[in-house]
Design a protein around this ligand. Structure first.
Ligand SMILES: C[C@H](O)[C@H](O)[C@@H](O)C(=O)CO
Ligand SMILES: [Mn+2]
Length: 421
């Protein structure tokens, strides 16, 4: 029997098993195909960027490892991302940080960037017919060395970063306009204090002042949408983070912004899956940065673990797909970087597929009737249903490697491209 026939046969059997539970696998696949995952460009080069690739990564984040083959310029980043997308089923878009501009003709500082430095990215996205998201880069820069950017009490520093915020919003608007797909601009700042600060309120008041100034211009939501990203702590800012979750959730609700939930940015026992339905009571949309924190915000490659699953299940169970923007945020420099993307993105897609194959109405019915043993039993039994057969079929109809077959493709790319860098 050919592999194709085996996959088709397994799919038919799995389809029947899920039908017995009242789940239509074809419908699940159709819905999964609507999921667009925003691929962060910074796993290609360990967040080095193209502005000053030899500089040190600051802002309390760290990419550990020195696996060969890291991308060294925009062209290599694009080549790597094209390879990644060729190995993924479904749809993707690209998420670019401001420190990834094209500065080959002219080196401009962050308070002077315009669409010009990002036109190359936009043209590439046009060619690939994909959308693009954008981020201000408030780290790896001398004006962030004090540990404070938008919340700084030094007016020169604060103004510099307000101007950066304004510029990034303008660029995002232009990206969305050119690509005909709203560009999400995420604003994350590393501001915080290593040791116990006194004037927490003063720092947060500065941040509010800066955000209010930076967000003054209204842009059409069909072109760009703002998100603000909170964090519990960063390396070197252990005692206090200015942009905490309480802070940004409040700011987002008051100012009609998206909140960005990065699941590496909370205390280890907090789970982002549980926050989605809370936030969506009060904000229109949420941006996700899906990652895998191991003991801290370590940004390990996402896997199909309970945390990833709850995030996907909460979105699917509540029909939140159109109010959630799924982005990734991991950077592991210790393994093949293309492999990191493919494993991490496929893990998120698998979590969504599993969620789509759940007989949610039946589970809710059990819950509402107080049948908690039955709910627990069903949840456990669902784990061993043949979702893998549906996944393989989805990869097959998307014409991408099935199962672990992408490993050899990536090994080949390592030989042909990465080892020559
Ligand atoms: C590059 C960073 O991961 C990113 O800007 C931010 O989203 C973050 O999560 C910082 O910890
Ligand atoms: Mn993040």
């Amino acid at each position: 029997m050919t592999t194709k026939n085996m996959i088709l046969e397994a799919y038919e059997l799995a389809n029947k098993q899920y039908a017995e539970l009242g789940v239509d696998t074809n419908e699940a696949i159709e819905k999964l195909d609507k999921l667009v995952i925003s691929l962060h460009c910074w796993q290609t080069d360990d967040v080095s960027g193209t502005e000053n690739p030899e500089g040190t990564l600051s802002g309390g984040i760290q990419a550990t490892g020195n696996y060969p083959g890291k991308a060294r310029n925009i062209s290599e980043i694009m080549t790597d991302l094209e390879k990644v997308m060729s190995l993924l089923p479904g749809k993707q878009r690209i998420n670019v940080h401001a420190l990834y501009g094209d500065f080959s003709e002219e080196r401009v500082d962050r308070d002077s960037i315009t669409i010009k430095q990002f036109q190359h990215w936009v043209d590439w996205c046009k060619k690939l017919e994909i959308g693009m998201d954008f981020n201000g880069s408030f780290f790896s820069h001398p004006n962030a060395d004090s540990g404070f950017t938008l919340s700084s009490k030094d007016e020169r520093i604060r103004k510099f970063w307000v101007e950066h915020l304004k510029r990034t919003r303008d660029i995002a608007n232009e990206i969305g306009k050119q690509l005909g797909s709203p560009c999400i601009l995420n604003t994350w700042i590393p501001d915080g204090s290593k040791d116990t600060p006194i004037d927490r309120n003063g720092m947060r008041a500065q941040l509010t002042k800066s955000l209010d100034e930076g967000f003054k211009t209204e842009y059409p939501k069909k072109h760009m949408k703002d998100a603000v990203e909170s964090k519990v702590f960063g390396i070197g800012a252990e005692s206090m983070t200015v942009g905490s979750h309480d802070y940004y959730l409040g700011y987002a609700i008051k100012n009609n912004k998206m909140i960005c939930l990065d699941n590496g940015h909370f205390h280890p026992t907090e789970i982002v899956g549980d926050k989605i339905s809370s936030c969506l009571q009060f904000v229109d949309e949420v941006l996700l940065h899906v990652t895998r924190p191991v003991r801290w915000d370590s940004d390990h490659v996402v896997t199909l673990n309970d945390e990833t699953q709850l995030i996907a299940s909460e979105i699917v169970r509540n029909d939140f797909m159109h109010r959630i923007n799924v982005g990734l945020d991991f950077f592991d420099a210790s393994i093949n970087r293309i492999g990191a993307y493919v494993v991490g993105t496929r893990a998120v897609q698998k979590a969504f597929l599993i969620a789509l194959l759940e007989p949610t109405n039946k589970l809710v019915e059990l819950e509402e009737n107080g049948k908690n043993f039955e709910r627990l039993a069903m949840l456990e039994e669902l784990k061993s249903k043949p979702f893998g057969a549906i996944w393989d079929y989805y990869c097959m109809i998307n014409d991408v490697p099935i199962g672990e077959n992408y490993i050899k493709d990536i090994q080949q790319y390592e030989e042909d491209v990465l080892k020559k860098r």
